[in-house]
Structure formats: C-alpha cells, structure tokens
Design a protein around this ligand. Structure first.
Ligand SMILES: [Zn+2]
Length: 328
C-alpha cells in the first residue's frame, strides 16, 4: 500500500491490525516498559477527576486531513506562528476518569490493540493512576469511532472492563449497525477502508451488546453527568457535561482535533467528520457557547492533559490551555 493510502487510514481513525500500519506508527513513541505514566488528578465539587493517557496518534501530512479547502500557505503560516510542526498534527488521546464514591466512570475507552504501539495504553495508565479495570463501573462513549471504543475488548474478544456498563447514543448505534452507513457527506471516501472500519465497529458493538445501554439526547446519568448531542463528527457525537454543585467541565470529545488550526478556523474542518459541513457548523456553535459561558473544557485529542477554556478571538476562537505549577 502506498504511503498516501496508509495516511488516509488515519483520517477516520478507524483502522485495524489487518492494515499494514507498522511503517506509519514506527516513529511514534511506544509505551515504555516498566515506566509509570503520569496522570493529572483534580477535584470538581465532590467528584475526583483524573486525566489518563491512552497514548497518541500522528496525522501526516496535515492537509488534506485538516483544512482540505484552505490555502496551504495559510495553514502552514498558522502552524509556524505557533511553533508547531508543519508536517504533522500529533493527536493526544486523553481519557477522563470520574470517581463518585464507589463508582468509577470513564469517558471513552481508548484505541485498544489495533492502532499500533503508540496508543492503547489505557489499562496500564489506569493502573499507574491507582485504578484497576475491575473497579470501572461505567463507560460513556462520546461516539463509536474505534480510537474511542477499541479499548473495550481484548484481541481474544474478552472484555477489558469486566464489570462495566457501556453507554452509547442510540442514534450512533443505529448508524453504525445499519446495513449501509451513509458516508456521502464525508471528505473521506475510500470505500474499501470505510467498509473495513464499519465491520470493525460492528464487531466491537456486537461483542459488548450485553453491556450496552443506549441513550437518547439530552439525558442525565448518575446525578453528575449530562449528555448533549453535537452531531457532525458522527451522527450521535456526544458532549459529556460533568457537574457537581455549581462546578462543571464540558468534555467536547472530537469536536476539535487541533488547537492551532480549528479554533481560529472552525470551518476548515477535518477529514474524519462523517458530515463535514454539519461538523463545522456544530463546531462553531459549540465554541461560541463555551466561550460565552467561560466553560471549563476537556478535549480528547488536544494537547495533554486536554483541559482549558475557549476565548473569542477576531472572527474565530482560541484555546487557552490550563497551566499547572507542578505535575500531579
Ligand atoms: Zn477521535
């Protein structure tokens, strides 16, 4: 498979072990053996929240995965102005764990075994943060893409989190389990790879079907979580509001894949969006609300630990990451 085709696999973030990914992932950092991975723990009202890393995914080249219709000079200019690589975008994989009494709730499950050694670190990272897979009671999936759901099952088909219930949007489930999920509004159009991704997603959700609890938007869970539809990236793409008392953090999942490009230009878009135009409109609308509310935000793919605020800037927005005086 030529490099361009390999790179295209990344765009929908749903490739699997049967694709020749080793060359693509060769330059990624593997999970170091016997090295404890840091986590970031903080309090939200009565809740203990922890950011845990599942690793990372490199997307290269930047265009056309990002900003397929924008001028190359403008895209490069923005990256250079932020002292970033113009060759690639390195996506974090931030998992949010919420402890409420004896309940441990995860938002998303990471990529699992099929994306190479650069990610799929969640079980080890969780244990480094003092959480065992058996302790996890609930997993809320922001959407079905396998970089978020692949970590539910092991290679042999057994469950990674044996005691967890799994929550997924009913709309999302219906889309992926239908005979012909509609990708006609996506920029990504490799039919073979799409069919492969659909088959892998179906496999995951068939394997976990006894644990699945499908929800409609909007809904509340456990007295600390509110689920809101933000369709576009996928039909059931969900924002996960976590709250306690007067405090709230909004997990925006895959609304944003780049802090440098998509805040100033939400309309530039991302190839992995199932409906490219709807995703851009949703991105803009949600960023506007987050900026107005001065909301604390958590993002799956933004730089570690994925926590910050959105500020209005010129015609677009900017990402203000939270800073910390020491690692903890
Ligand atoms: Zn993703």
């Amino acid at each position: 498979m030529e490099r361009r085709a390999l790179v295209k696999n990344l765009f929908v973030l749903g490739m699997t072990a049967s694709l020749p990914l080793k060359t693509l992932f060769a330059r990624q950092h593997s999970a170091p053996l016997n090295v404890k991975r840091p986590f970031h723990r903080f309090q939200l009202g009565e809740l203990e929240l922890t950011t845990i890393t599942d690793g990372h995914l490199v997307i290269a080249p930047v265009q056309p995965a990002f900003a397929p219709n924008a001028a190359a000079a403008e895209v490069e200019g923005l990256l250079k102005a932020s002292f970033r690589s113009t060759k690639e975008i390195d996506l974090s994989m931030n998992i949010l764990a919420i402890r409420k009494g004896k309940q441990v709730i995860l938002v998303d499950s990471g990529a699992g075994y099929s994306f190479g050694s650069g990610c799929g670190w969640l079980p080890q990272s969780l244990s480094d943060a003092g959480i065992s897979p058996e302790e996890v009671t609930d997993i809320i999936l922001s959407h079905a893409h396998t970089d978020h759901s692949g970590g539910l099952i092991k290679k042999d088909g057994s469950l990674v989190f044996p005691n967890a219930q799994i929550y997924l949007s009913a709309v999302e489930h219906r889309f992926w389990m239908s005979d012909h999920p509609d990708f006609s509004k996506a920029k990504f159009d490799n039919k073979d790879q799409l069919n492969h991704i659909i088959a892998e997603t179906k496999k995951i959700f068939t394997t976990v079907k006894d644990r699945l609890k499908l929800f409609d938007h909007p809904t509340e869970l456990f007295g600390c979580i509110r689920l809101e539809l933000a369709a576009g990236h996928t039909p059931g793409h969900t924002l996960v509001h976590v709250f306690s008392g007067s405090e709230e953090i909004v997990h925006i999942a895959d609304l944003m894949h780049s802090d440098v490009l998509l805040f100033p230009h939400p309309e530039w878009g991302f190839y992995g969006d199932t409906d490219f135009t709807a995703a851009a409109a949703t991105r803009k609308k949600v960023l506007q609300v987050l900026a107005e509310k001065k909301a604390k935000v958590f993002a799956y793919h933004l730089p570690w630990p994925g926590i910050g605020h959105v500020r209005k800037q010129d015609k677009g927005f900017e990402w203000i990451p939270e800073t910390y005086s020491f690692p903890a």
